[in-house]
Ligand binder design. Structure first.
Ligand code: BYC
Ligand code: FE
Ligand code: FE
Length: 476
Protein backbone atom coordinates (compact mmCIF):
# COMPACT_ATOMS: atom_id res chain seq x y z
CA UNK A 1 0.00 0.00 0.00
CA UNK A 2 1.35 3.41 -0.92
CA UNK A 3 1.92 5.71 2.00
CA UNK A 4 -0.63 8.19 0.68
CA UNK A 5 -3.23 5.42 1.09
CA UNK A 6 -2.10 4.25 4.50
CA UNK A 7 -1.89 7.77 5.90
CA UNK A 8 -5.24 9.54 5.76
CA UNK A 9 -4.40 13.17 5.11
CA UNK A 10 -5.64 16.48 3.85
CA UNK A 11 -2.20 17.91 3.08
CA UNK A 12 -1.99 16.51 -0.44
CA UNK A 13 0.81 14.13 0.47
CA UNK A 14 0.63 12.51 -2.97
CA UNK A 15 1.89 15.63 -4.74
CA UNK A 16 4.92 16.31 -2.52
CA UNK A 17 7.35 13.56 -3.44
CA UNK A 18 10.16 14.73 -1.21
CA UNK A 19 7.95 14.87 1.85
CA UNK A 20 6.43 11.52 0.98
CA UNK A 21 9.88 9.92 0.75
CA UNK A 22 10.91 11.35 4.10
CA UNK A 23 7.74 10.07 5.78
CA UNK A 24 8.09 6.70 4.06
CA UNK A 25 11.51 6.35 5.60
CA UNK A 26 10.26 7.36 9.01
CA UNK A 27 7.14 5.18 9.08
CA UNK A 28 8.85 1.78 9.63
CA UNK A 29 10.87 3.30 12.46
CA UNK A 30 7.70 4.64 14.01
CA UNK A 31 6.11 1.18 13.79
CA UNK A 32 9.19 -0.44 15.27
CA UNK A 33 9.02 2.07 18.11
CA UNK A 34 5.27 1.41 18.56
CA UNK A 35 5.87 -2.33 18.82
CA UNK A 36 8.72 -1.90 21.24
CA UNK A 37 7.29 0.90 23.40
CA UNK A 38 3.55 0.94 22.70
CA UNK A 39 0.94 -1.00 24.72
CA UNK A 40 2.46 -4.28 25.81
CA UNK A 41 0.56 -7.52 25.04
CA UNK A 42 -2.44 -6.17 23.13
CA UNK A 43 -1.06 -5.59 19.66
CA UNK A 44 -2.97 -8.52 18.13
CA UNK A 45 -6.33 -7.69 19.66
CA UNK A 46 -9.11 -5.84 17.91
CA UNK A 47 -9.97 -2.60 19.63
CA UNK A 48 -13.08 -0.54 18.98
CA UNK A 49 -11.25 2.68 18.08
CA UNK A 50 -11.98 6.08 16.70
CA UNK A 51 -9.84 7.13 13.72
CA UNK A 52 -9.64 10.69 12.43
CA UNK A 53 -10.62 10.63 8.75
CA UNK A 54 -11.20 14.32 7.97
CA UNK A 55 -11.50 17.71 9.67
CA UNK A 56 -15.24 18.03 9.15
CA UNK A 57 -16.58 19.02 12.61
CA UNK A 58 -19.67 16.86 12.03
CA UNK A 59 -17.98 13.70 10.84
CA UNK A 60 -14.27 13.79 11.46
CA UNK A 61 -14.04 10.39 13.10
CA UNK A 62 -14.78 6.83 12.16
CA UNK A 63 -15.29 4.02 14.73
CA UNK A 64 -14.41 0.42 14.06
CA UNK A 65 -12.41 -2.56 15.30
CA UNK A 66 -8.71 -2.14 14.57
CA UNK A 67 -5.50 -3.87 15.57
CA UNK A 68 -3.32 -1.10 16.91
CA UNK A 69 -0.32 -1.59 14.59
CA UNK A 70 -2.78 -1.21 11.69
CA UNK A 71 -4.21 2.05 13.00
CA UNK A 72 -4.28 4.71 10.30
CA UNK A 73 -2.31 7.54 11.84
CA UNK A 74 -3.30 10.47 9.69
CA UNK A 75 -2.08 14.01 9.05
CA UNK A 76 -4.72 16.69 9.22
CA UNK A 77 -4.60 20.46 9.34
CA UNK A 78 -7.74 22.52 9.80
CA UNK A 79 -8.51 24.45 6.59
CA UNK A 80 -6.37 27.44 5.78
CA UNK A 81 -8.02 30.70 6.65
CA UNK A 82 -7.89 33.16 3.75
CA UNK A 83 -5.73 36.21 4.53
CA UNK A 84 -4.88 35.10 8.08
CA UNK A 85 -2.61 37.52 9.94
CA UNK A 86 -0.09 37.13 12.74
CA UNK A 87 -2.34 37.69 15.75
CA UNK A 88 0.00 39.17 18.36
CA UNK A 89 3.52 40.30 19.20
CA UNK A 90 5.87 42.61 17.33
CA UNK A 91 4.74 41.36 13.94
CA UNK A 92 1.03 41.66 14.63
CA UNK A 93 -1.04 42.09 11.45
CA UNK A 94 1.65 40.91 9.07
CA UNK A 95 0.51 38.01 6.89
CA UNK A 96 0.76 34.71 8.73
CA UNK A 97 3.80 32.68 7.61
CA UNK A 98 3.34 29.71 5.31
CA UNK A 99 7.08 29.00 5.46
CA UNK A 100 9.43 29.25 8.43
CA UNK A 101 10.90 32.75 8.74
CA UNK A 102 14.70 32.26 8.67
CA UNK A 103 15.40 34.09 11.90
CA UNK A 104 12.82 32.05 13.82
CA UNK A 105 13.94 28.67 12.59
CA UNK A 106 15.80 27.59 15.72
CA UNK A 107 13.18 28.61 18.27
CA UNK A 108 10.32 27.28 16.22
CA UNK A 109 11.99 23.92 15.77
CA UNK A 110 12.59 23.76 19.51
CA UNK A 111 8.93 24.46 20.28
CA UNK A 112 7.74 21.82 17.82
CA UNK A 113 10.24 19.25 19.09
CA UNK A 114 9.22 19.90 22.70
CA UNK A 115 5.57 19.47 21.84
CA UNK A 116 6.31 16.37 19.76
CA UNK A 117 8.43 14.72 22.45
CA UNK A 118 5.56 14.56 24.94
CA UNK A 119 3.38 12.48 22.63
CA UNK A 120 5.45 9.27 22.38
CA UNK A 121 6.59 9.81 25.97
CA UNK A 122 3.04 9.43 27.26
CA UNK A 123 2.56 6.21 25.28
CA UNK A 124 5.74 4.84 26.85
CA UNK A 125 4.59 5.82 30.33
CA UNK A 126 1.30 3.99 29.84
CA UNK A 127 2.51 0.84 28.13
CA UNK A 128 1.93 -1.58 31.01
CA UNK A 129 -1.49 -0.32 32.04
CA UNK A 130 -3.55 -2.56 29.74
CA UNK A 131 -2.59 -5.52 31.89
CA UNK A 132 -4.53 -4.16 34.86
CA UNK A 133 -7.48 -2.40 33.19
CA UNK A 134 -10.56 -2.21 35.46
CA UNK A 135 -12.96 -2.88 32.56
CA UNK A 136 -13.08 -3.36 28.79
CA UNK A 137 -14.40 0.17 28.47
CA UNK A 138 -11.32 1.52 30.27
CA UNK A 139 -8.98 -0.73 28.33
CA UNK A 140 -10.34 0.75 25.14
CA UNK A 141 -10.06 4.30 26.48
CA UNK A 142 -6.40 3.75 27.28
CA UNK A 143 -5.67 2.52 23.76
CA UNK A 144 -7.73 5.31 22.22
CA UNK A 145 -5.60 7.84 24.03
CA UNK A 146 -2.42 5.96 23.07
CA UNK A 147 -3.10 5.79 19.33
CA UNK A 148 -4.11 9.45 19.26
CA UNK A 149 -0.92 10.48 21.02
CA UNK A 150 0.77 8.50 18.25
CA UNK A 151 -1.13 10.58 15.71
CA UNK A 152 -0.06 13.78 17.46
CA UNK A 153 3.51 12.65 16.97
CA UNK A 154 2.79 12.17 13.26
CA UNK A 155 1.31 15.66 13.09
CA UNK A 156 4.48 17.22 14.53
CA UNK A 157 6.82 15.00 12.49
CA UNK A 158 4.99 16.13 9.37
CA UNK A 159 5.90 19.73 10.26
CA UNK A 160 9.52 18.79 10.97
CA UNK A 161 9.86 16.91 7.69
CA UNK A 162 8.09 19.45 5.57
CA UNK A 163 9.57 22.68 6.89
CA UNK A 164 12.90 21.92 8.53
CA UNK A 165 14.91 19.88 6.00
CA UNK A 166 17.69 17.66 7.29
CA UNK A 167 17.54 19.10 10.83
CA UNK A 168 13.87 18.27 10.94
CA UNK A 169 14.46 14.70 9.78
CA UNK A 170 17.17 14.24 12.41
CA UNK A 171 14.85 15.56 15.11
CA UNK A 172 12.11 13.18 13.92
CA UNK A 173 14.48 10.23 14.36
CA UNK A 174 15.59 11.45 17.79
CA UNK A 175 11.93 11.53 18.87
CA UNK A 176 11.88 7.74 18.45
CA UNK A 177 15.13 7.28 20.33
CA UNK A 178 14.53 9.09 23.62
CA UNK A 179 12.75 6.99 26.25
CA UNK A 180 10.56 8.07 29.13
CA UNK A 181 12.38 7.65 32.43
CA UNK A 182 15.68 6.54 30.85
CA UNK A 183 18.50 8.27 32.74
CA UNK A 184 20.71 8.34 29.62
CA UNK A 185 18.18 9.52 27.05
CA UNK A 186 15.16 10.87 28.94
CA UNK A 187 12.18 12.67 27.47
CA UNK A 188 12.57 16.46 27.48
CA UNK A 189 10.05 17.57 30.12
CA UNK A 190 10.09 16.13 33.61
CA UNK A 191 6.47 14.98 34.03
CA UNK A 192 6.97 12.79 30.99
CA UNK A 193 9.64 10.84 32.82
CA UNK A 194 7.40 10.01 35.78
CA UNK A 195 5.91 6.58 36.26
CA UNK A 196 2.23 5.98 35.56
CA UNK A 197 2.07 2.37 36.57
CA UNK A 198 -1.41 2.20 38.05
CA UNK A 199 -4.76 3.55 36.94
CA UNK A 200 -5.12 6.25 39.56
CA UNK A 201 -2.00 7.79 38.05
CA UNK A 202 -3.33 7.25 34.54
CA UNK A 203 -6.51 9.16 35.32
CA UNK A 204 -4.53 11.90 37.08
CA UNK A 205 -2.21 12.08 34.08
CA UNK A 206 -5.07 12.44 31.60
CA UNK A 207 -6.77 14.95 33.90
CA UNK A 208 -3.74 17.12 34.71
CA UNK A 209 -0.99 16.42 32.20
CA UNK A 210 -3.12 16.10 29.08
CA UNK A 211 -4.71 19.35 30.24
CA UNK A 212 -1.30 21.02 29.97
CA UNK A 213 -1.52 19.72 26.41
CA UNK A 214 -4.83 21.50 25.96
CA UNK A 215 -3.38 24.84 27.01
CA UNK A 216 -0.04 24.51 25.21
CA UNK A 217 -1.79 23.41 22.03
CA UNK A 218 -4.25 26.28 22.34
CA UNK A 219 -1.34 28.74 22.73
CA UNK A 220 0.38 27.23 19.68
CA UNK A 221 -2.85 27.30 17.69
CA UNK A 222 -2.60 31.13 17.86
CA UNK A 223 0.82 30.90 16.17
CA UNK A 224 1.80 33.14 13.28
CA UNK A 225 3.39 30.06 11.72
CA UNK A 226 0.23 28.93 10.00
CA UNK A 227 0.91 25.19 9.54
CA UNK A 228 1.61 24.88 13.28
CA UNK A 229 -1.58 26.75 14.14
CA UNK A 230 -3.63 24.52 11.84
CA UNK A 231 -2.07 21.26 13.05
CA UNK A 232 -2.47 22.04 16.76
CA UNK A 233 -6.03 23.23 16.29
CA UNK A 234 -7.02 19.83 14.97
CA UNK A 235 -5.10 18.03 17.74
CA UNK A 236 -7.29 19.86 20.25
CA UNK A 237 -10.34 18.08 18.82
CA UNK A 238 -8.96 14.73 19.94
CA UNK A 239 -7.61 16.10 23.19
CA UNK A 240 -11.04 16.59 24.69
CA UNK A 241 -11.58 12.83 24.93
CA UNK A 242 -8.29 12.45 26.79
CA UNK A 243 -9.38 15.05 29.32
CA UNK A 244 -12.81 13.45 29.58
CA UNK A 245 -11.11 10.13 30.38
CA UNK A 246 -9.19 11.72 33.24
CA UNK A 247 -11.98 13.85 34.68
CA UNK A 248 -14.56 11.09 34.65
CA UNK A 249 -12.02 8.44 35.69
CA UNK A 250 -11.28 10.28 38.94
CA UNK A 251 -14.94 11.08 39.37
CA UNK A 252 -15.84 7.38 39.05
CA UNK A 253 -13.20 6.44 41.64
CA UNK A 254 -14.61 9.06 44.02
CA UNK A 255 -18.12 7.78 43.32
CA UNK A 256 -17.12 4.24 44.22
CA UNK A 257 -15.25 5.36 47.32
CA UNK A 258 -18.23 7.24 48.73
CA UNK A 259 -20.47 4.25 47.96
CA UNK A 260 -18.15 2.02 49.98
CA UNK A 261 -17.99 4.57 52.81
CA UNK A 262 -21.76 4.65 52.99
CA UNK A 263 -22.13 0.89 52.73
CA UNK A 264 -20.19 0.39 55.91
CA UNK A 265 -19.62 3.67 57.75
CA UNK A 266 -17.54 1.89 60.39
CA UNK A 267 -14.98 0.81 57.87
CA UNK A 268 -12.50 2.86 55.94
CA UNK A 269 -12.81 2.66 52.14
CA UNK A 270 -9.41 0.94 52.12
CA UNK A 271 -10.67 -1.89 54.28
CA UNK A 272 -13.30 -2.52 51.64
CA UNK A 273 -10.86 -2.56 48.73
CA UNK A 274 -11.47 1.02 47.61
CA UNK A 275 -9.22 4.05 47.33
CA UNK A 276 -9.82 6.32 50.31
CA UNK A 277 -10.23 10.06 49.72
CA UNK A 278 -6.98 11.09 51.49
CA UNK A 279 -5.08 8.80 49.11
CA UNK A 280 -6.80 10.35 46.09
CA UNK A 281 -5.82 13.75 47.55
CA UNK A 282 -2.15 12.73 47.62
CA UNK A 283 -2.24 11.68 43.98
CA UNK A 284 -3.89 14.97 43.07
CA UNK A 285 -1.15 16.83 44.95
CA UNK A 286 1.53 15.01 43.02
CA UNK A 287 0.12 15.24 39.48
CA UNK A 288 -1.22 18.77 39.80
CA UNK A 289 2.13 20.11 41.03
CA UNK A 290 4.15 18.16 38.48
CA UNK A 291 1.91 19.34 35.65
CA UNK A 292 2.26 22.96 36.80
CA UNK A 293 5.98 22.58 36.11
CA UNK A 294 5.17 21.98 32.45
CA UNK A 295 4.33 25.65 31.97
CA UNK A 296 7.98 26.60 32.55
CA UNK A 297 9.34 29.36 34.73
CA UNK A 298 7.10 32.13 36.08
CA UNK A 299 9.49 34.69 34.69
CA UNK A 300 10.81 33.61 31.34
CA UNK A 301 12.67 35.41 28.60
CA UNK A 302 11.96 32.40 26.36
CA UNK A 303 8.24 32.94 26.81
CA UNK A 304 8.65 36.67 26.12
CA UNK A 305 10.51 35.84 22.93
CA UNK A 306 7.88 33.34 21.77
CA UNK A 307 5.22 35.97 22.26
CA UNK A 308 7.17 38.86 20.75
CA UNK A 309 7.99 36.85 17.65
CA UNK A 310 4.39 35.74 17.13
CA UNK A 311 5.06 32.04 17.69
CA UNK A 312 3.06 31.31 20.84
CA UNK A 313 0.14 33.38 22.04
CA UNK A 314 -1.99 33.50 25.17
CA UNK A 315 -4.97 31.21 25.65
CA UNK A 316 -7.63 32.40 23.18
CA UNK A 317 -5.45 35.39 22.31
CA UNK A 318 -7.69 36.70 19.53
CA UNK A 319 -10.98 36.14 21.35
CA UNK A 320 -10.14 37.26 24.87
CA UNK A 321 -7.79 40.20 24.45
CA UNK A 322 -7.96 43.51 22.64
CA UNK A 323 -4.34 44.52 23.04
CA UNK A 324 -2.12 41.93 21.37
CA UNK A 325 1.20 43.65 21.92
CA UNK A 326 1.35 43.23 25.70
CA UNK A 327 3.85 46.06 26.06
CA UNK A 328 4.04 48.54 28.97
CA UNK A 329 1.97 46.20 31.13
CA UNK A 330 3.03 44.32 34.21
CA UNK A 331 2.14 41.22 36.12
CA UNK A 332 2.47 40.57 39.83
CA UNK A 333 4.32 37.45 40.93
CA UNK A 334 5.03 36.09 44.40
CA UNK A 335 8.80 35.66 44.68
CA UNK A 336 10.59 33.77 47.40
CA UNK A 337 13.30 36.05 48.80
CA UNK A 338 15.26 34.54 51.68
CA UNK A 339 12.64 33.33 54.15
CA UNK A 340 9.89 35.54 52.77
CA UNK A 341 7.51 35.80 49.88
CA UNK A 342 7.57 39.19 48.23
CA UNK A 343 5.27 40.46 45.50
CA UNK A 344 7.17 41.70 42.47
CA UNK A 345 5.95 43.07 39.19
CA UNK A 346 7.47 41.85 35.96
CA UNK A 347 6.86 42.93 32.35
CA UNK A 348 3.77 41.13 31.05
CA UNK A 349 5.58 39.43 28.21
CA UNK A 350 7.97 37.77 30.64
CA UNK A 351 5.01 36.40 32.60
CA UNK A 352 3.37 34.56 29.68
CA UNK A 353 4.05 31.14 31.21
CA UNK A 354 2.38 32.22 34.44
CA UNK A 355 -0.61 33.65 32.60
CA UNK A 356 -1.14 30.35 30.81
CA UNK A 357 -0.76 28.55 34.14
CA UNK A 358 -3.52 30.78 35.61
CA UNK A 359 -5.87 29.68 32.83
CA UNK A 360 -4.94 26.08 33.45
CA UNK A 361 -5.60 26.27 37.18
CA UNK A 362 -9.00 27.87 36.61
CA UNK A 363 -9.91 25.06 34.21
CA UNK A 364 -8.81 22.41 36.74
CA UNK A 365 -10.89 24.08 39.45
CA UNK A 366 -14.01 23.74 37.36
CA UNK A 367 -13.50 19.97 37.41
CA UNK A 368 -12.63 19.92 41.12
CA UNK A 369 -16.02 21.44 41.91
CA UNK A 370 -17.73 18.57 40.11
CA UNK A 371 -15.71 15.98 42.03
CA UNK A 372 -16.53 17.63 45.34
CA UNK A 373 -20.19 17.70 44.43
CA UNK A 374 -20.12 13.88 44.22
CA UNK A 375 -18.77 13.71 47.78
CA UNK A 376 -21.18 16.32 49.08
CA UNK A 377 -24.17 14.63 47.45
CA UNK A 378 -23.28 11.43 49.28
CA UNK A 379 -23.51 13.38 52.53
CA UNK A 380 -19.84 13.00 53.34
CA UNK A 381 -17.95 15.86 54.91
CA UNK A 382 -14.71 15.90 53.02
CA UNK A 383 -13.50 18.16 50.27
CA UNK A 384 -10.68 17.56 47.85
CA UNK A 385 -8.53 20.56 47.04
CA UNK A 386 -5.61 21.62 44.94
CA UNK A 387 -2.33 22.49 46.59
CA UNK A 388 -1.04 26.01 46.24
CA UNK A 389 0.89 26.57 43.02
CA UNK A 390 4.15 26.90 44.97
CA UNK A 391 3.86 23.40 46.44
CA UNK A 392 6.33 20.69 45.31
CA UNK A 393 7.69 22.55 42.30
CA UNK A 394 10.79 21.40 40.45
CA UNK A 395 10.80 24.10 37.74
CA UNK A 396 10.66 27.88 38.12
CA UNK A 397 11.13 30.32 40.99
CA UNK A 398 9.63 28.05 43.66
CA UNK A 399 11.93 25.12 42.91
CA UNK A 400 14.46 24.53 45.71
CA UNK A 401 12.11 26.15 48.18
CA UNK A 402 9.69 24.19 50.30
CA UNK A 403 6.02 24.94 50.70
CA UNK A 404 3.02 23.33 52.40
CA UNK A 405 -0.04 22.58 50.26
CA UNK A 406 -1.46 25.82 51.70
CA UNK A 407 1.48 27.71 50.22
CA UNK A 408 3.39 28.40 53.42
CA UNK A 409 7.15 28.59 53.10
CA UNK A 410 8.78 25.97 55.35
CA UNK A 411 12.28 24.67 55.95
CA UNK A 412 13.71 21.74 54.07
CA UNK A 413 13.78 19.76 57.33
CA UNK A 414 10.10 20.34 57.90
CA UNK A 415 9.38 19.38 54.30
CA UNK A 416 11.28 16.15 54.75
CA UNK A 417 9.37 15.34 57.90
CA UNK A 418 5.95 16.10 56.47
CA UNK A 419 6.02 15.30 52.74
CA UNK A 420 4.65 11.81 53.39
CA UNK A 421 1.42 13.45 54.63
CA UNK A 422 1.03 15.24 51.32
CA UNK A 423 2.51 13.07 48.60
CA UNK A 424 2.19 9.34 47.84
CA UNK A 425 4.50 7.28 50.03
CA UNK A 426 5.95 3.93 48.92
CA UNK A 427 3.30 2.25 51.11
CA UNK A 428 0.49 4.24 49.46
CA UNK A 429 1.79 3.28 46.03
CA UNK A 430 2.04 -0.33 47.09
CA UNK A 431 -1.57 -0.25 48.29
CA UNK A 432 -2.92 1.32 45.09
CA UNK A 433 -0.89 -1.12 42.99
CA UNK A 434 -2.34 -4.02 44.98
CA UNK A 435 -5.85 -3.07 43.82
CA UNK A 436 -4.89 -3.21 40.17
CA UNK A 437 -6.22 -6.56 39.02
CA UNK A 438 -7.58 -6.76 35.49
CA UNK A 439 -11.27 -7.14 34.82
CA UNK A 440 -11.86 -8.09 31.18
CA UNK A 441 -15.31 -9.57 31.49
CA UNK A 442 -17.96 -7.77 29.45
CA UNK A 443 -20.12 -5.55 31.63
CA UNK A 444 -18.00 -6.15 34.76
CA UNK A 445 -15.78 -3.68 36.57
CA UNK A 446 -13.11 -3.71 39.28
CA UNK A 447 -14.18 -3.01 42.85
CA UNK A 448 -12.40 0.35 43.29
CA UNK A 449 -14.14 2.30 40.53
CA UNK A 450 -17.74 2.91 39.43
CA UNK A 451 -18.83 2.18 35.86
CA UNK A 452 -19.15 5.12 33.47
CA UNK A 453 -22.55 6.65 32.98
CA UNK A 454 -22.41 5.92 29.26
CA UNK A 455 -20.41 3.83 26.85
CA UNK A 456 -18.57 5.05 23.78
CA UNK A 457 -20.16 6.23 20.54
CA UNK A 458 -23.67 5.40 21.71
CA UNK A 459 -22.71 1.86 22.75
CA UNK A 460 -23.60 0.52 26.19
CA UNK A 461 -21.04 -0.04 28.95
CA UNK A 462 -21.21 -3.82 28.47
CA UNK A 463 -20.29 -3.62 24.78
CA UNK A 464 -17.37 -5.74 23.59
CA UNK A 465 -14.90 -2.86 23.30
CA UNK A 466 -11.98 -5.22 22.87
CA UNK A 467 -12.03 -8.51 21.00
CA UNK A 468 -9.19 -10.60 22.28
CA UNK A 469 -7.07 -12.54 19.90
CA UNK A 470 -6.16 -15.97 21.29
CA UNK A 471 -2.48 -15.29 21.70
CA UNK A 472 -2.95 -12.38 24.04
CA UNK A 473 -5.79 -13.69 26.17
CA UNK A 474 -3.32 -14.88 28.77
CA UNK A 475 -4.70 -12.27 31.14
CA UNK A 476 -8.33 -13.26 30.87
N1 BYC B 1 10.83 19.93 32.56
O1 BYC B 1 11.94 29.84 30.30
P1 BYC B 1 11.68 28.47 30.80
C1 BYC B 1 1.08 17.42 25.75
C2 BYC B 1 13.29 24.01 30.70
S1 BYC B 1 1.72 18.45 26.98
C3 BYC B 1 12.10 20.04 32.16
O2 BYC B 1 11.16 28.29 32.13
P2 BYC B 1 10.02 28.02 28.58
C4 BYC B 1 0.74 16.05 26.14
C5 BYC B 1 13.16 24.80 29.42
O3 BYC B 1 13.07 23.94 28.30
C6 BYC B 1 2.16 19.94 26.13
N2 BYC B 1 12.63 21.18 31.68
O4 BYC B 1 10.78 27.61 29.87
C7 BYC B 1 0.19 15.78 27.38
C8 BYC B 1 14.39 25.65 29.45
O5 BYC B 1 15.48 24.86 29.02
P3 BYC B 1 16.83 25.49 28.43
C9 BYC B 1 3.58 19.97 25.62
C10 BYC B 1 11.82 22.26 31.62
O6 BYC B 1 10.85 27.66 27.42
C11 BYC B 1 -0.12 14.48 27.73
C12 BYC B 1 14.55 25.93 30.93
O7 BYC B 1 13.83 24.92 31.61
N3 BYC B 1 3.80 21.12 24.80
O8 BYC B 1 0.94 17.82 24.65
O9 BYC B 1 9.41 29.35 28.67
C13 BYC B 1 0.07 13.46 26.83
C14 BYC B 1 14.03 27.29 31.37
O10 BYC B 1 12.99 27.64 30.54
C15 BYC B 1 10.48 22.21 32.03
C16 BYC B 1 4.64 22.14 25.10
O11 BYC B 1 5.29 22.12 26.10
C17 BYC B 1 10.00 20.98 32.52
N4 BYC B 1 8.73 20.84 32.95
O12 BYC B 1 8.77 27.03 28.73
C18 BYC B 1 0.61 13.74 25.57
C19 BYC B 1 4.67 23.29 24.14
N5 BYC B 1 9.94 23.43 31.87
O13 BYC B 1 16.43 26.41 27.33
C20 BYC B 1 0.93 15.02 25.23
C21 BYC B 1 6.03 23.65 23.67
C22 BYC B 1 10.90 24.22 31.37
O14 BYC B 1 17.43 26.21 29.58
N6 BYC B 1 6.96 24.02 24.74
N7 BYC B 1 12.02 23.52 31.21
O15 BYC B 1 17.58 24.28 27.96
C23 BYC B 1 7.00 25.25 25.31
O16 BYC B 1 6.21 26.11 25.01
C24 BYC B 1 8.08 25.52 26.32
O17 BYC B 1 9.21 24.79 25.98
C25 BYC B 1 7.70 25.20 27.79
C26 BYC B 1 8.84 25.69 28.70
C27 BYC B 1 6.40 25.83 28.15
C28 BYC B 1 7.64 23.69 28.04
FE1 FE C 1 -1.28 14.71 22.43
FE1 FE D 1 -3.64 13.87 24.95
Amino acid sequence: MALTDSIPNNVDLGSDKKLLRALEKWQPNFLAWWKEMGPESFQEDEIYLRTAVSVDPQGWAHYDYVRMPEYRWGIFLVPQEEGRKVGFGDMENESAWQEVPGELRGVLRRLIVTQADTEPASVEQQRQLGKTAPSLYDLRSLFQVNVEEGRHLWAMVHLLHKYFGKDGRDEAEALLERRSGDPDKPRLLNTFNEKTEEWLSFFCFTMFTDRDGKFQLAALSESGFDPLARATKFMLTEESYHLFTGETGIERIIQRTVELMKKDPNEDARDQGGIDLPTIQKWINFWFSSSLDLFGSEVSSNAAEYFASGLKGRYREREKYTDHKALDQYYEIEMPVGTQIVKKTVPLRNAMNEILRDEYIADCERVLRRWNYVIQKAGIRYQLRFPDRKFNRKVGIYANHWFTPEGQLISQEEWQARQGDWLPTPADREYVRSLMVPCYERGKIANWIAPPRQGVNGKPFDWEYVRFHRKSTVFV
